[in-house]
Design a protein around this ligand. Sequence first.
Ligand SMILES: Cc1cc2nc3c(=O)[nH]c(=O)nc-3n(C[C@H](O)[C@H](O)[C@H](O)COP(=O)(O)OP(=O)(O)OC[C@H]3O[C@@H](n4cnc5c(N)ncnc54)[C@H](O)[C@@H]3O)c2cc1C
Length: 118
Amino acid sequence: MQCRGVELTFLRTLTAISQGKQPGPENSICKVITASARQDIASFAADLLDVAGSVSGREDAPSGGMFHYAYLAAPGMRIAAGTDEILRNIIAERVLTLPGEIRVDRDRAFSDIPTGSN
Ligand SMILES: Cc1cc2nc3c(=O)[nH]c(=O)nc-3n(C[C@H](O)[C@H](O)[C@H](O)COP(=O)(O)OP(=O)(O)OC[C@H]3O[C@@H](n4cnc5c(N)ncnc54)[C@H](O)[C@@H]3O)c2cc1C
């Protein structure tokens, strides 16, 4: 069902582009779903491969190391191009038009935000 949702969202995007419109924030749905699905698939494949799932290298590993690589790269995909949390905020606020999160740092310059060292 999630895959179907991604497919329909993607088709909606193609339709918008074909009509000369800008794709909208709903594309965050595709990123959230596919990044975590990719991690689930890679994890499942690593389990199926048992010890062989931990072998890397195109020559030595099953399927050319595809699943080993996917397993290691999957967590990064949940951060790159917007973390899950940021994308969920985008979906909530800009797609579902839910009220925005309380942001205490909204009117503060980035350099004025306290860090562990100040
Ligand atoms: C594999 C990989 C490839 C990348 N490739 C590129 C690239 O090609 N070009 C490039 O410019 N960057 C790239 N990045 C960087 C990536 O865009 C950032 O790491 C990502 O946007 C997260 O920003 P950050 O690391 O500053 O984390 P932060 O923004 O500091 O976030 C830290 C944590 O706080 C959470 N958080 C932050 N703000 C909020 C909020 N308002 N609400 C809820 N939660 C919040 C985040 O979800 C996260 O868990 C890549 C990262 C990875 C892992």
